[in-house]
Design a protein around this ligand. Structure first.
Ligand code: PEP
Ligand code: MN
Length: 339
């Protein structure tokens, strides 16, 4: 930690700060400049009290950590890109851009099977589908629950596609993990730390969406919960944040791609569907994401979006998805990737 003192403070006031630092278990190193004194405090933050509390002393101007608070997810801990290998051999974070596609919600066997078979034929490598839906209103469709998970398992068997699905609470973790290949933590639960721990402990790969108003630092620390609980298979997923703009449902923050790639070695995913809330913008956002270095895309596809039980406005059709896969090819090869 670096502690900067206010200008021109007395020796006595400086001594009080030094004694406070020692009391908190750190060793102070004083650097006296012309107008100001800077103190480096050496110690282990994991075993000692954090020094941020020093800010309450009137002689202290700032307290800045030297080390990043996110350790395991950071590039410093793991300079090369990490990859996640699913049971069927699909690698997320490698040369191939992995497309995860399927409906927002699992609605029925015929809806899911039609969708799964079509997206598989068009080149999707993972099937998405919500069985537990985190709906804003309690009067909206809440998902088919375990019945939906069973349908996802059936669709996996029929198509060979691994499945990603969301879990909403800790007590669902082992059950959802029995059916799913990847556990999705939704935006509304991105800082539900007990849920993150429970998901990590299942041993399944975890896709962590960005919280609606989450800063990168908070997101990285939420991801840290997965790695700190002995699960190395974490991917982050940008899905749009809440801004003043209401032309789109959310503002899809594509700057997240280079920022999170700089900060973290974990694979990075873009969800253009929740990101804009509009089917007509999905293709453009996917092209941009692929060009900017996303490792995977999570795209909502529905056989009949007009009749979808959730998120109808943002789901693309089966034909739209087939065309999307074609349209993305030149962008993938320009980025040195395959599809
Ligand atoms: C979804 O993927 O359908 C979903 C609800 O995602 P989010 O948590 O990003 O809103
Ligand atoms: Mn959705």
């Amino acid at each position: 930690m670096i502690i900067v003192l206010k200008p021109n403070i007395t020796k006595k006031a400086e001594k009080e700060v030094l004694s406070e630092i020692r009391k908190l278990g750190y060793k102070p190193h004083v650097m006296r400049g012309v107008a100001r004194t800077v103190i480096g405090a050496i110690g282990d933050e994991q075993t000692h009290h954090t020094l941020e509390s020093l800010m309450i002393l009137e002689q202290v101007e700032s307290v800045t950590p030297i080390q990043k608070r996110h350790k395991l997810v950071s590039r410093e801990a793991h300079p090369t890109d990490s990859t996640i290998t699913l049971d069927n051999g699909t690698v997320i974070g490698g040369k191939e851009i992995v497309i995860m596609a399927g409906p927002c919600s699992v609605e029925s066997e015929s809806q899911l099977m039609t969708c799964a078979e079509s997206v598989a034929a068009s080149g999707a490598k993972v099937l998405r589908g919500g069985a537990y839906k985190p709906r804003t209103s309690p009067y909206e469709f809440q998902g088919l629950g375990e019945k939906g998970l069973k349908l996802l398992a059936k669709a996996r068997k029929a198509t060979g596609l691994p499945v990603i699905t969301e879990l909403l609470s800790e007590n669902q973790a082992t059950m959802v993990a029995d059916y799913a290949d990847i556990l999705q933590i939704g935006t509304r639960n991105a800082q539900n730390f007990q849920l993150l721990i429970a998901a990590a402990k299942t041993g399944r790969p975890v896709l962590l969406k960005r919280g609606l108003s989450m800063r990168f630092k908070e997101w990285l620390l939420a991801g840290e919960y997965i790695l700190a609980n002995e699960n190395a298979n974490l991917m982050f997923c940008e899905r749009g944040i809440r801004t003043f703009e209401d032309y789109t449902r959310n503002t899809l923050d594509l700057s997240a791609i280079p920022i999170m790639k700089q900060e973290s070695h974990c694979p990075f995913v873009i969800d253009p569907s929740q990101g804009c809330g509009r089917a007509d913008l999905v293709v453009s956002m996917c092209k941009g994401s692929v060009a900017m270095g996303a490792d995977a895309l999570l795209v909502e596809v529905h056989p009949n979006p007009a009749e979808a039980w959730s998120d109808g406005a943002q789901q693309i059709t089966l034909e739209g998805f087939t065309k999307l896969m074609e349209d993305l090819k030149p962008f993938a090869s320009a980025a040195g990737r395959s599809l």
